[in-house]
Design a protein around this ligand. Structure first.
Ligand code: F6R
Length: 364
């Protein structure tokens, strides 16, 4: 049932404050402001030498965002690769390691093959799935459930943010076990996560503005997405979303890579969407945007209200509320999804059923 929405995708985008909140409250104890997983980790988190992550598509982007959290907050080294490469690369894995798989359906062929490969290599298996009865859930030592509810739209939206929510909690649990955060820092980070559903609801209020920008975007032949830190995987996710439902060619780049090639593409016809939360690389991102402006690129800046002023060059700005930077990816995902959705709708495409795509990819 689509309710009052034209598409399941729109409904699912709007469900995010609720389902992200539900997922968070399953892995955090909001009354004490602590992280509290409803399961035992299958390894000793304190001494684990590294975490290996594999997934496909949007679930892979979630893993990539989380790799920044695991490394930065828990000081846990991460190896991450798309499942179709991981399974055939046949990487040697030290026994007793932890393999994390992420999948909405829990049935994706390549991700499942990576799970089985890692198991044969003596790894403990932790999977993040949205379907509790799925094959991956069954074959894992621990299956952590996102509480997104059924996702009908082919393009993953609420499953993605729920994966991020759960991964953030997992990163905090590792950090706690490894002693890289103290009780005060834990409480601070938990409070930041607790604020996320409200911030997502705020971000959803930018929809009318995003809709106007989408009209413009629908005329583009190519679109570039830029970001640094966790906004880099989000840039990749933005490009993927736009490609899959609007069929406009889009690419995501780490903003610092711009000058190593892609800047050659920039001219007044190329919309450049910049994801710039106020984090430790904010200024670096802004200076990359100024390089785009110097080549007459059309800039759409997703950032906080004052950023436009600091940028000092003309840009369309989607202003999101001020927020602590650690988990901004959960909030910045929203305008990225809305932009893709409204561009597709404006172009008359079926956002729920993009051509050539299936919801569950059970063949490699
Ligand atoms: C993109 C999308 C796909 C899936 C990918 C993995 O919007 O939906 O890229 O994320 O096929 O699917 P799951 O998560 O079911 O393993």
């Amino acid at each position: 049932d689509k309710g009052n929405y034209r598409h399941f995708m729109a409904k699912e985008i709007h469900e995010q404050p609720e389902v992200v909140g539900r997922t968070l409250s399953h892995f955090l104890d909001l009354s004490t402001g602590t992280v509290s997983l409803p399961f035992e980790l299958p390894v000793d988190a304190a001494t684990l030498p590294r975490l290996t992550i594999s997934a496909c598509g949007t679930a892979f982007m979630a893993g990539l965002v989380a790799s920044y959290w695991f490394e930065r907050i828990a000081r846990l080294p991460v190896e991450i690769e798309v499942a179709s490469e991981f399974r055939y690369r046949e990487p040697p894995m030290e026994k007793g390691g932890l393999m994390l798989l992420i999948s909405q359906s829990g049935e994706t062929a390549d991700t499942l093959a990576s799970l089985r490969y890692a198991k044969a290599q003596g790894q403990k298996i932790l999977s993040i799935v949205n379907v509790p009865t799925s094959t991956m859930a069954r074959e894992s030592d621990v299956a952590a459930l996102t509480l997104a509810g059924p996702e009908i739209g082919v393009a993953s939206t609420k499953a993605f943010t729920c994966q991020l929510a759960l991964l953030a909690c997992l990163a905090l649990a590792f950090a706690k076990a490894r002693g890289t955060i103290d009780a005060k820092e834990e409480a601070r980070l938990v409070a930041e996560l607790t604020a996320v559903p409200g911030l997502i609801a705020e971000a959803l209020k930018r929809e009318p503005q995003v809709e106007l920008l989408a009209r413009d975007l629908s005329k583009a032949r190519d679109v570039l997405y830029l970001g640094r830190g966790t906004s880099y995987p989000l840039a990749l996710e933005g490009a993927l979303k736009l490609k899959e439902i609007s069929y406009i060619h889009a690419e995501g780049y780490a903003a610092g890579e711009l000058k190593h090639g892609p800047i050659a593409l920039v001219d007044s016809d190329l919309p450049v969407i910049v994801l710039a939360p106020r984090d430790h690389v904010f200024e670096k991102t802004l200076s990359n945007v100024q390089e785009v402006a110097a080549r007459n690129g059309r800039i759409i800046l997703i950032s906080e209200p004052e950023a436009a002023h600091e940028l000092g060059v003309p840009a369309e700005v989607i202003a999101l509320p001020k927020m602590a930077p650690d988990f901004s990816a959960l909030v910045y995902a929203v305008p990225v999804q809305l932009l893709a959705y409204h561009t597709a709708v404006f172009m008359g495409k079926d956002a729920d059923q993009p051509r050539n795509l299936a919801k569950s990819v059970t063949v490699e």
